[in-house]
Ligand binder design. Structure first.
Ligand code: RIB
Ligand code: CA
Length: 348
């Protein structure tokens, strides 16, 4: 029996977050404890609706979904409808989930779970870090109570996707990010807790999902593929794949692929978040370097930059394991296999 990794996911369900949730739900080596939501790609309440609907699609309606913070710690809220669509799932339309949101507050869910299962839970964050910052303020021992924190966020020696040197998740709430990196670093120094594993754009922009991956997933699911992802296809014409999971993936990704076609010059999609979940379950997917990271808060041009001391000029102890390489090919094989098999299991 595969040892299952207890995961708590904090996300801003958008398109790649949704794929990450499907990956987690499909992974036999994951024990999905709960999902907490916050604003990012879209507003928090829409994130929560999306998250409930995606987990229902995946046959995991028993997983608690809790709403967290709806605005950043200090800065005004920004969202990204041009990237993920007005409701956050591209062209996909999912039925509203039958069950309600948890009545608990997201940061409290994180703290309670860590206290209940000290040293066991891996926290995976796929959006801005506001919920984690609030959880740390409520429970300063959180770094010691978690098994590890894995994040999709930052850009450590590459350019940004939101400004020349800033990545979206950190850009949305740099004060929260700075607090998280600092507090986890203090715990590593004081108690030897594992450094967070950070997957920044340096590696997540190597996870380029293409229409061929979706066709392979459809085939694995036993679903009739469909032409909806063919370049030049009328974007308003929805997928006719015979399987509802495949239709969802195709309709969500088509919007995302059109965005990347316009802004990144290729018809495909950087699937940042599922790579982070995959690496949380199997750290051998990435190679890391221990470095010192801090977050710029007062830069005219660089606020939200994850400033990384690659040459150790600060003389401060490393506080983050930054992923510098990723095995994207093996990741996509796992994504196609796991989500395709999930679809085949739950039926059309
Ligand atoms: O910069 C990429 C990150 O921002 C991903 O998590 C994506 O979902 C958006 O939240
Ligand atoms: Ca995200």
């Amino acid at each position: 029996m595969t040892e299952r990794v207890p995961l708590l996911i904090d996300c801003d369900t958008g398109i790649d977050d949704a794929l990450a949730l499907l990956y987690a739900a499909a992974s036999p080596d994951a024990e999905l404890i709960a999902v907490t939501c916050l604003s990012g790609n879209v507003e928090a309440r829409q994130v929560a609706r999306n998250t409930l609907a995606v987990l229902e699609l995946a046959g995991r309606a028993e997983v608690e979904v809790a709403l967290g913070r709806e605005v950043p710690l200090e800065r005004p809220l920004e969202i990204a409808p041009e990237t993920h669509g007005p409701r956050g799932l591209g062209y996909a339309d999912l039925p509203t989930a039958a069950r309600p949101l948890s009545d608990r507050f997201g940061p409290d869910v994180i703290v309670d779970a860590a206290r209940r299962r000290p040293g066991e839970i891996t926290l995976v964050t796929l959006g801005p870090l506001t919920n984690v910052a609030l959880a740390l303020l409520s429970e300063p021992e959180l770094p010691r109570l978690l098994r590890r924190w894995v994040l999709m966020g930052g850009s450590y020696r590459s350019g940004g996707n939101t400004a020349p040197t800033t990545e979206w998740n950190v850009h949305c709430d740099p004060e929260a990010a700075r607090l998280c990196f600092a507090r986890f670093g203090e715990a590593t120094e004081a108690a030897g807790t594992p450094r967070p594993l950070a997957l920044g754009l340096d590696v997540t922009e190597r996870a380029k999902m293409t229409p061929d991956h979706v066709v392979a997933l459809a085939r694995r699911a036993g679903s009739r593929p469909d032409p909806s992802l063919d370049p030049g296809h009328d974007p308003e014409t929805r997928s006719i794949a015979s399987h509802r999971v495949v239709r969802f993936v195709a309709d969500a990704l088509r919007f995302y692929m059109e965005f990347h076609s316009r802004f990144d010059g290729f018809y495909g999609a950087f699937v940042h978040d599922p790579l982070a979940v995959a690496a949380a379950l199997d750290p051998s997917l990435v190679r890391t370097e221990a470095v010192t990271v801090d977050v710029e808060l007062a830069g005219t041009l660089t606020t939200g930059e994850t400033v990384t001391d690659w040459r150790r000029v600060w003389g401060r102890p490393p506080n983050v394991d930054v992923a510098v390489e990723a095995d994207a090919s093996r990741f996509f094989d796992m994504l196609v296999e796991r989500v395709g098999d999930l679809a085949a299991r739950i039926g059309e």
